[in-house]
Ligand binder design. Structure first.
Ligand code: NAP
Length: 284
C-alpha cells in the first residue's frame, strides 16, 4: 500500500493564511505593518530565486519586504554596517542575510551582528542557545516547518525513535533538538556513521537532510515509518530529494514529496517568525 503524502504545500498555505489574517487584524487595529529585510550578496541564481520568493510571500501576507542587493565585491564591513542599520530601524522586524556569502565575508561574524530579536532565520548563537535550553525565541525555519507538518498530520512524536541523517547547523542539529524536546528518542547520523542503513531502518521517524540525491533507499526504511525528505538536489535539471521516493513510498506510512514537501514550509515559517518578532518588538 502506498504511503500517505505529507502535503507541505497545503500545510504551508494554512500557515501563510494564518499569518495573513493576523497581519490584517493588526493593520485594522491601526498598527504599522511588520517588515522583513533580506540582504542578498552576489548573483547566485538559486539565492536570487529564494530571495524573490521570500519577497513575494511577504507582500502576499501583508508584510513589507525590504530587499538589499549587494555586489559580490561588498566588503564585510559594508555588510555589517547594513545589518547594524537594519537592527536600529523600527520598520524592520526581521533580518535575513541570504546564505551562502562570498568567501571573503565571514558568515558567522555577520550572523552574530543581527539583533537576536530580529533573527528570523534563528541562526544567531543566542537563539541556538534558547532552542537548546527549550526556552524558544525564534526557531530555524526548515526544522520548525517539519514539526508543523508532523503536527498537522498528527504524527505521534513522544517516545518515537527518530533518526536524522545530517548534522548541519541549519537543519539536522536543530531538528534533533526539536524532536528531543518533544520526547522522541534521537539518533543523529552523518558522513562517518557506520551502518547507516541499519541505523536508519530502526527509525519510526526518518529525516533525510544530507543533500545526496535518492541516497535513502527502501532497504533503509522500516515498514510503516514516517519519512521526511529535506533534500533539494538538482539531477539533470530536476529537483530531487534525498529519498528514493517511488520505492520508499511503498514501505513508509507517510512521506514528504520533493517538490511540495518541506520546501514550501521554509518560506511559510519565515513569515511566521517575522510576525513573532514583530509581536515581541512591539508588544502587540
Ligand atoms: P549540509 O550542510 O551539506 O549537511 C549535510 C549533512 O549530511 C552533513 O552533516 C553530512 O555529514 C551529512 N552527510 C552527507 N553525506 C552523507 C552520507 N553519505 N551519509 C550520511 N550522512 C551524510 O546540508 P544542509 O544545509 O543540512 O542541507 C541538506 C539538504 O537539505 C540539501 O539537499 C539542502 O539543499 C536541503 N535543504 C532544504 C531546505 C528546504 O527548505 N527544503 C532547507 C535547507 C536545506 P558531515 O557532517 O559528516 O559532513
Amino acid at each position: 500500500m502506498g504511503a500517505t503524502i505529507l502535503d507541505g504545500k497545503k500545510v504551508s498555505q494554512l500557515v501563510k493564511e494564518k499569518v495573513k489574517k493576523e497581519v490584517r487584524e493588526l493593520l485594522e487595529g491601526g498598527a504599522t505593518p511588520p517588515g522583513l529585510a533580506v540582504a542578498l550578496v552576489g548573483e547566485d541564481p538559486a539565492s536570487k530565486i529564494y530571495v524573490r520568493k521570500k519577497g513575494e510571500a511577504c507582500e502576499e501576507a501583508g508584510i513589507t519586504s525590504h530587499q538589499y542587493n549587494l555586489p559580490d565585491t561588498v566588503t564585510q564591513e559594508e555588510l555589517l554596517s547594513l545589518v547594524r542599520d537594519l537592527n536600529g530601524r523600527e520598520d524592520v522586524n526581521g533580518i535575513l542575510v541570504q546564505l551562502p556569502l562570498p568567501s571573503h565575508v565571514d558568515s558567522k561574524t555577520v550572523l552574530e551582528v543581527v539583533d537576536p530579536l530580529k533573527d528570523v532565520d534563528g541562526f544567531h548563537p543566542y537563539n541556538v542557545g534558547k532552542l537548546v535550553a527549550n526556552d524558544v525565541n525564534l526557531l530555524p525555519c526548515t526544522p520548525s516547518g517539519i514539526m508543523e507538518i508532523l503536527d498537522h498530520y498528527r504524527i505521534p512524536i513522544e517516545g518515537a525513535d527518530a533518526v536524522i541523517i545530517g548534522r548541519s547547523d541549519i537543519v539536522g542539529k536543530p531538528m534533533a533538538i526539536m524532536l528531543m524536546h518533544r520526547h522522541a528518542t534521537i539518533t543523529v547520523c552523518h558522513s562517518r556513521t557506520r551502518n547507516l542503513a541499519q541505523v536508519a531502518a530502526g527509525a519510526d521517524i526518518l529525516v533525510a537532510a544530507l543533500g545526496k540525491a535518492r541516497l535513502v533507499t527502501a532497504e533503509m526504511v522500516k515498514e510503516g515509518a514516517v519519512v521526511i525528505d529535506v533534500g533539494m538536489n538538482r539531477v539533470e535539471g530536476k529537483l530531487t530529494g534525498d529519498v528514493d521516493f517511488e520505492a520508499v513510498s511503498e514501505k513508509a506510512s507517510h512521506i514528504t514529496p520533493v517538490p511540495g514537501g518541506v520546501g514550501p514550509m521554509t518560506v511559510a515559517m519565515l513569515l511566521k517568525n517575522t510576525l513573532t518578532a514583530y509581536r515581541k518588538q512591539t508588544g502587540r
